[in-house]
Design a protein around this ligand. Sequence first.
Ligand SMILES: N[C@@H](CCC(=O)N[C@@H](CS)C(=O)NCC(=O)O)C(=O)O
Length: 268
Amino acid sequence: MTIQLNPSTNNIHETRFTAPQSTMSTPNIELLTSATPNGQKISIFLEELGIPYTTTAIDLSADEQKSPSFRKVNPNGRIPAIIDHTRGSFSVFESGAIFLYLAEHYDKEFRFHFADANEKSEMLQWLFFQNAGVGPMQGQANHFFRYAPTKIQYGIERYQNETKRLYAILDARLQEREYLVGGRYSIADMSSFTWVRWAPWAGVDLDTFPRLKAWCERIEKRQAVKRGLLVPGGEDQIERLRRDPNVEDPFQKWVMQGQKEVAEKHGR
Ligand SMILES: N[C@@H](CCC(=O)N[C@@H](CS)C(=O)NCC(=O)O)C(=O)O
C-alpha cells in the first residue's frame, strides 16, 4: 500500500467527537500507527483527550514505515507519528514528543499533564524513563526472547533482567501512590502502561511486581484505554496472547526483515 498523507483518502478508523475544547478550531489529527506499545500510547491519549482523529494503519510487515512518503513524516522510519492538519499539517514523530505536542495544544486544561513546575518536571522524568529505559530495554528483551534466530541466553537474561530492574523502580514508585505523578493519571502513566502490559511478550512475569500489576489493571479499566488499545485494526494482541500463549506472532516478519535490511546497509 502506498501511504497517502491526505487524510481524506486513507482513514480507516475515526473516533467520535466527544469533548470539544471551546477555544480552538476543531482538531484534525492524523495518527500513523500500528498495534504495538508505542502506537497504542498515542491512540490511548487521543481517546482520552476525546478530540477527533483519523488513523492511517501502517503495515510494518510490508515495510510501509520505511517508504519515502512515511519518512517525510518520520525520518526514523518508525511508528507512531502524527500529522496535525489543524496546524498546517505540522508533523511530529517520537512518542514522547507526540505526547508533549498533543498536551500543549489539545489539553489546555491540564487534564493529563501538569501546570505546576515540579509536577511537570516529575512527569518529564517518568516520560524520559520510559522512552530511554523501559521501551528500549524491553524491546531488546522481546528480540532476544522471541525473535533472535539463535537462542543466546546471555542476551535474553541481560535484557529481561534490565526490564525487571526498571519494573522494580516503577513498582517502588507506586508503593504510596496510585499513579506515577501528582496523585492522578497522566501521560506519564500512559507512556509506561502499554509497555508494562506487553511484559509477557518479553517473557517477564508481572506477578512479581504486585503494585505495577494493580496499576496496570486500574488503567486498563478506563474506557478510553480500552478503545485506544483497539487502534488501528480492531484487535488487541495482548488479549490474544492471554487466551493462547502460543499465539501466532504478527511481528516476526517485520522484525526479521528489518534486521536483515539494517545489516545489509550498516553491517560490515
Ligand atoms: N523511540 C520511538 C520508538 C518507535 C518504535 O520503535 N516503533 C516500532 C514499533 S513499537 C517500529 O515502528 N518498528 C518498525 C521498524 O523497526 O521498522 C518512539 O518512542 O516513538
